[in-house]
Write a protein that binds this ligand. Structure first.
Ligand SMILES: CC(C)(COP(=O)(O)OP(=O)(O)OC[C@H]1O[C@@H](n2cnc3c(N)ncnc32)[C@H](O)[C@@H]1OP(=O)(O)O)[C@@H](O)C(=O)NCCC(=O)NCCS
Ligand SMILES: CCCCCCCCCC(=O)O
Length: 162
């Protein structure tokens, strides 16, 4: 590998981060519901890409505390848009499963509202908006306090057993 093509590799792990939820939230065990295959975003809880912890809020809606690590970088010091899209894909799809629907994601629209600084813990708030036939609409936003970093609209389609 030449210097010009050398890929930046993180050799040390970042320190632990606090992903604790609010007092009214309860832990949500995603692998217990959908299996161990769902690990693209949440599969490395101590890694340098994403660190994710799932909860249900008092209304049973899925919430996630998420840390975007240095390996999600896009614009210098900030998260890659695709990393946020991947997070929406997993969390909003999982929110439909958590609501009782066996789905895959058919369509995902993401609006990027503010640059998201790396190594900050943010919250993904999801809400199942509607269920019409096989179409389950789930909305979500990645935020911290009053700041909304991105909004996602996810059309999930229930799986038909053949
Ligand atoms: C989503 C998927 C299951 C739909 O295929 P299908 O079971 O044959 O169902 P249909 O194409 O008949 O679609 C069912 C309904 O959803 C709608 N729909 C499906 N995909 C859609 C999309 N991307 N955008 C908008 N509507 C969509 C269809 O218009 C149809 O609506 P209607 O009943 O009102 O006519 C299939 O396209 C698929 O497997 N896609 C890949 C999914 C994927 O890889 N997701 C990422 C991993 S989870
Ligand atoms: C059989 C378990 C499937 C879980 C699917 C949860 C949403 C994943 C979204 C995606 O892969 O694009």
């Amino acid at each position: 590998m030449t210097k010009a093509t050398a890929k930046k590799v993180c050799t040390t792990l970042c320190p632990p981060v606090d992903l604790s939820g609010e007092a009214s939230w309860t832990d949500f065990d995603a692998p217990a519901l959908v299996g161990e295959s769902l690990r693209f975003v949440s599969g490395e809880p101590d890694g340098n890409r994403f660190r994710v912890r799932y909860y249900r809020d008092g209304e049973q809606q899925l919430k996630a505390r998420i840390w975007f690590g240095p390996e999600t970088e896009g614009p210098p010091g900030h998260a890659h848009g695709g990393s946020m899209a991947a997070v929406f894909d997993e969390v909003l799809g999982l929110a439909a499963w958590a609501a009782g629907y066996s789905i895959v994601v058919g369509n995902l629209n993401v609006s990027f509202r503010n640059l998201l600084p790396l190594q900050q813990v943010v919250t993904l708030e999801s809400r199942v908006i509607s269920a019409e036939g096989r179409k389950i609409m789930v909305h979500g936003r990645i935020c911290s306090g009053e700041t909304v970093y991105a909004e996602g609209e996810c059309l999930c389609i229930t799986i038909v057993k053949k």
